[in-house]
Design a protein around this ligand. Structure first.
Ligand SMILES: NC(=O)c1ccc[n+]([C@@H]2O[C@H](COP(=O)([O-])OP(=O)(O)OC[C@H]3O[C@@H](n4cnc5c(N)ncnc54)[C@H](OP(=O)(O)O)[C@@H]3O)[C@@H](O)[C@H]2O)c1
Length: 267
């Protein structure tokens, strides 16, 4: 069997190290390269203790891409992810984006380059199945209930806001309709920002406090009734591994940018 060759940028991080273990355990995948500045020149076994994993770690994307991966996964930081992704596409790899914090303009640019080089990009704000289902159910609800808002919660150290999950959800709901506001934002009496950020037609509120990990509420309101759809994640990176493996296996069937794991799931 020809194994799919994978490069993981951010392989030594919280999410990337769990994924690297998942790839190492998969019979059809081969982890040919990893990216981390701190562990440049080491192997993944030396860096994160995955027994027998001699995958080399590179400090730069250009060096890592010389290993010729079929699929490039980014699990780093928003300030560097777009550069990684564009470099990977130009090298001929398909790309899975796990990193959150990229803007709509970043995604538009990535989509243009992916189409130009005839490669697929799958950007998934949250690989956990319960988060994927929340997105799907919220999309259904938005067809029937025109008023909704999103509240997302994370630990105090999370630097990007709104979260990738919230950005992806707002993006999907914008394809259904814009959320209605009874009082337009410019008619707010008081502090307009207290109504949250308007993101692609949805009000989004980001809470950052110690004690939270990652959770999100999609709240749909109608007179005398409401629907609250909640996803909550625990402290391990385990929920994201299977979804990311599915994305890695399926992204080669896509061309251009696709957002959300359900792009490659059967419902
Ligand atoms: N889509 C999902 O389901 C999902 C799930 C979990 C997390 N995430 C997102 O994934 C991203 C990573 O999260 P995390 O918690 O794993 O972060 P983390 O633990 O801080 O790990 C970040 C990784 O990226 C590398 N990195 C950071 N800056 C880099 C740069 N300039 N060049 C090359 N490598 C760089 C780090 O290595 P060095 O510092 O050694 O370079 C490290 O390996 C975040 O955006 C997070 O929101 C998404």
């Amino acid at each position: 069997m020809n194994k799919l060759k994978i490069c993981v940028a951010g392989a030594t991080g919280w999410a990337g190290s769990a994924l690297s273990q998942g790839i190492a355990d998969a019979a059809d995948l081969e982890l040919v390269a990893a990216i981390s500045r701190r562990y440049d020149g080491k192997t993944l076994e030396e860096a994160i203790g995955i027994a027998g994993l001699t995958t080399p770690i590179f400090g730069s994307v250009d060096d890592a891409l010389k290993t010729g991966p079929d699929v490039f996964v980014d699990y780093t930081k928003p300030d560097v992810a777009k550069f990684h992704v564009l470099s990977a596409l130009k090298s001929g790899a398909h790309v899975v984006i796990g990193t959150s914090g990229l803007s709509s303009a970043d995604y538009d640019e990535i989509d243009g380059v992916a189409k130009a080089v005839n490669r697929g990009v799958l950007a998934v704000g949250n690989f956990a199945i319960s988060a994927v289902l929340l997105q799907k159910f919220a999309e259904m609800a938005a067809k029937y209930i025109p008023n909704w808002e999103i509240i997302e919660y994370a630990s105090s150290g999370k630097v990007d806001a709104p979260s990738g999950t919230a950005r992806e959800l707002a993006n999907r709901l914008s394809n259904v309709q814009e959320a209605s506001l009874e009082v337009p934002l410019d008619k707010i009496d008081g502090i307009k920002e207290s109504r949250g950020a308007r993101l692609q037609g949805t009000q989004v509120h980001s809470v950052r406090l110690p004690g939270y990990v990652i959770s999100i509420d999609a709240i749909f309101g109608m007179p005398d009734q409401k629907l609250i759809i909640r996803h909550e994640a625990g402290t391990s990176a385990e929920p994201y591994v299977n979804g990311a493996l599915l994305a890695i296996r399926e992204v080669g069937k896509l061309v251009g940018l696709h957002r959300g794991l359900d792009s490659v799931m059967k419902f």
